[in-house]
Write a protein that binds this ligand. Structure first.
Ligand SMILES: NC(=O)c1ccc[n+]([C@@H]2O[C@H](COP(=O)([O-])OP(=O)(O)OC[C@H]3O[C@@H](n4cnc5c(N)ncnc54)[C@H](O)[C@@H]3O)[C@@H](O)[C@H]2O)c1
Length: 352
């Protein structure tokens, strides 16, 4: 295959990261775009030189000029469009979360297996250079067995509204939107242990706080504060078969002094932090040392991680090799997320 012709489905906020990265990749060309909002699709097509503009993803998938697609739509269509794309013989890069439920995730996995096509889940944080460095060190046994991880992404004010806060279209609130990133990151760096149970809580106490003035925050392309049917806070303790555990809390809004972001993992021989910046904790000559790797970015760098993600997808499509974030991992993360929502609803620990 020479140039890979890309179709981008959903041309809202995050699509720009995909479109830019495809434009920068010498092996890909943005051939088609699609959005329910035709004007939005036309603007993207003009900016990125796409030949074709669609408002129905089925028409884009029927176009034999498309080799591979990026799915950047609301979560409620991820499974449906992924399955249709695989059936149409296209390779798929689908944004996180893979879908809304475990049932949908299993259906997507089945479609991947039947099609033999590539499906990469957009766990963009895995593609950050610092994370790849830490993964290399963890794989080499630098930290020993990682038995505890702790992840926090607390927004004091940051419910994006629109589809994000409509449970039908999103599948959930901060847990499925931002929690998915850090849960996946910890699980991946812990060596993908088998989850066995979760104990969790979700809260809908504060609403979306659209009344708050003088502070700006990220909003969906079609912002609408009227419909808010998702949790505003979730916390969970996830236990793994090997005895390791992961403690996580995430919010869209909370009466917190400031936003809080931290991701830390602890092993028998050493530990490390990823958020807010990369640091390795170790012992040398009976002394605790904090080591700051000298890399281009101290913490997560959105632009380069997206470029790496798209370059990796391109490489997988060309070589037929399996992606770093395959569908099986998307299913495993959906199992954890679904377990968290189930545990919170039942107000008890659930087995996975
Ligand atoms: N990797 C990341 O860090 C990251 C960041 C933000 C969003 N996301 C994910 O990207 C996806 C999109 O988020 P966003 O912030 O761009 O939302 P958005 O609302 O800004 O854009 C979504 C676009 O998809 C279009 N759309 C929805 N359903 C469609 C369909 N069936 N066919 C065609 N177009 C459709 C909408 O009209 C809209 O223009 C979500 O799954 C979200 O979780 C990932």
């Amino acid at each position: 295959m020479d140039m890979i012709r890309i179709g981008v489905i959903g041309t809202g906020s995050i699509s720009g990261m995909h479109l830019n990265a495809y434009r920068n990749n010498p092996q890909t060309v943005v051939y088609a775009v699609c959005d329910l909002n035709e004007e939005r699709a036309r603007v993207a097509a003009a900016e990125y030189g796409a030949e074709k503009v669609y408002t129905d993803y089925r028409a884009l998938l029927a176009d034999s000029g498309v080799d591979a697609v990026s799915i950047c739509t609301w979560n409620n269509s991820h499974a449906e469009i992924s399955i249709a794309a695989l059936k149409a013989g296209k390779h798929v890069l689908v944004e996180k979360p893979l879908c809304r439920t475990l049932e949908e995730a299993v259906q997507v996995q089945q479609a991947v297996e039947e099609s033999g096509k590539i499906l990469q889940v957009g766990f963009v944080r895995r593609y950050d250079a610092n994370v790849q460095l830490l993964q290399k060190l963890a794989g080499a046994g630098e930290f020993g067995e990682i038995y505890y991880a702790k992840a926090t992404t607390l927004r004091r004010l940051g419910n994006p509204g629109g589809w994000f806060s409509d449970i039908e279209r999103s599948g959930g609130g901060p847990l499925i939107d931002i929690g998915v990133h850090v849960i996946d990151l910890c699980w991946y760096l812990m060596g993908r242990p088998k989850p066995v149970s979760v104990s969790a809580n979700t809260y809908r106490k504060l609403g979306n706080r659209a009344n708050v003035e003088n502070l700006s925050f990220y909003k969906a392309a079609d912002y609408d504060a009227a419909n808010n049917t998702v949790e505003d806070l979730a916390n969970a303790l996830i236990r793994f078969e090997n005895g390791a555990s992961l403690l996580v809390d995430v919010s869209f809004t909370l009466h917190a002094k400031e936003d809080g972001r931290s991701v830390s993992l602890y092993g028998e021989k050493g530990g490390f932090e990823i958020d807010p910046e990369t640091v390795i904790v170790s012992e040398r000559a009976n002394t605790i040392v904090n080591i700051y790797p000298q890399t281009d970015h101290k913490g997560f760098d959105f632009n380069s991680a997206f470029q790496n993600e798209i370059d990796h997808f391109t490489h997988c499509v060309q070589s037929g090799s399996q992606p770093l974030s395959p569908v099986q991992d998307g299913v495993a993360i959906m199992r954890i997320l679904s377990g968290i929502y189930e545990s919170a609803a039942k107000r008890e620990e659930v087995k996975l």
